[in-house]
Ligand binder design. Structure first.
Ligand SMILES: Nc1ncnc2c1ncn2[C@@H]1O[C@H](COP(=O)(O)OP(=O)(O)OP(=O)(O)O)[C@@H](O)[C@H]1O
Ligand SMILES: [Mg+2]
Length: 332
């Protein structure tokens, strides 16, 4: 199966192109979107020239898997209202505007979703201190603007600190924390912000509170689920949107995938050093070795593509206990 890096569907209107996905609307049904993943891959913030076979299917089917796990009654601690997601179906849906060849190209990589007004924040939850949060912790003595070593309620009770002093790289935090960021336009970098700043961007305090509580409950449930399968979810990013027809806060985008999360192998984890990313490390190591880190238009050789593809499908299989092939065979 060859990698697909661009998708055009002449019968539909393409309304957006992200680093990985393309979004289409059928003018006959403007309330939903065709949300299509490509096999594009980025490393060190640059999209590589060629794609990774099966990557789109991994991202799409893994998101669908998590939607199903997290929607089960009782899985999200403290939640009585059911989780509402943007997923309508894993097939393109009733559209007469797609040819059979296009439908077969879309198989496994598309979702028909509710079209939402996206909130302009990334709802990041961290169980471990890595990446930009660790850099901020070291350089500014804050994490997403919150001073290190100060309790959430401003008291100095050391039993209640979210970010104690003296943490090392990739150390587990006392408890998972919601650390939002801005959602930058294509090409720009997201900025870490405080919860108060996120609430301001979200606009409605009830929506902001709902996003925070759902993000924390989902991370906690997913991290426990993944750890039983040998994977640490160090941190992850959720996106939410408002369904303007119902006023509901809806979980959107991709969820708990290797592109939206840091996944580490639990049996190789050791605080105090960088951890290998389960999926992209192989590619990153190759880029560094070849002096291609951060360069535009890099073409990966066949063995790097193949090894990376195997790692993505491996993560899918480990987390879901099912082969990607069998998940795809179950699709209508
Ligand atoms: N249900 C939805 N309705 C409207 N927009 C959505 C919905 N779900 C996700 N989106 C938006 O669709 C886009 C998905 O594209 P993609 O993941 O390629 O983009 P990206 O976010 O630019 O890249 P990256 O994920 O690497 O940051 C995001 O901008 C996301 O906010
Ligand atoms: Mg995205």
């Amino acid at each position: 199966m060859a990698a697909v890096t661009t998708i055009d569907l002449p019968g539909l209107t393409k309304i957006a192109t992200g680093k990985v996905r393309e979004m289409f609307v059928d003018e006959a049904d403007p309330s939903s979107l065709l949300f299509v993943a490509t096999d594009r891959i980025s490393a060190y913030d640059v999209v590589l020239h060629n794609g990774v076979p099966h990557k789109a299917a991994v991202l799409t089917q893994l998101t669908a898997y998590w939607f199903s796990v997290l929607s089960q009654p009782g899985v999200l601690a403290g939640q009585t209202a059911p989780l509402s997601t943007h997923l309508l179906s894993l097939s393109p849906g009733p559209t007469a505007r797609l040819s059979d060849a296009e439908k077969s190209l879309l198989r496994g990589r598309c979702m028909r979703v509710r079209r939402l007004r996206m909130f302009p924040v990334e709802a990041i939850v961290r169980g471990y201190l890595a990446g930009s949060a660790f850099a901020e912790y070291c350089n500014q003595n804050t994490v997403h603007g919150e001073p290190v070593g100060i309790a959430d309620d401003g008291s100095s009770s050391s039993s209640n600190v979210r970010f104690p002093r003296g943490l090392v790289r990739c150390q587990k935090l006392p408890a998972p924390v919601y650390t939002p960021s801005t959602k930058a336009e294509l090409g720009a970098h997201d900025e870490n912000i405080t919860r108060a700043q996120a609430a301001e961007l979200i606009g409605n305090p009830a929506h902001a509170a709902r996003i925070e509580e759902l993000a924390l409950a989902m991370y906690t449930a997913a991290a426990e689920h993944a750890l039983k399968r040998g994977i640490i979810i160090a941190d992850t990013k959720f996106e939410f949107g408002l369904d303007e027809a119902t006023g509901e806060v809806v979980l959107a985008d991709e969820v708990l995938t290797p592109d939206s999360s840091r996944f580490w192998l639990a049996d190789q984890y050791e605080a105090g050093r960088e951890q290998d990313s389960l999926d992209k490390q192989f590619l990153r190591n190759w880029l560094v070795k070849e002096g291609l880190k951060g360069k535009e238009g890099v073409v990966m050789p066949a063995d790097i593509v193949e090894q990376t593809s195997k790692r993505y499908t491996g993560v899918y299989e480990r987390l879901t206990g099912q082969t990607l092939e069998s998940a795809l065979a179950e699709l209508k």
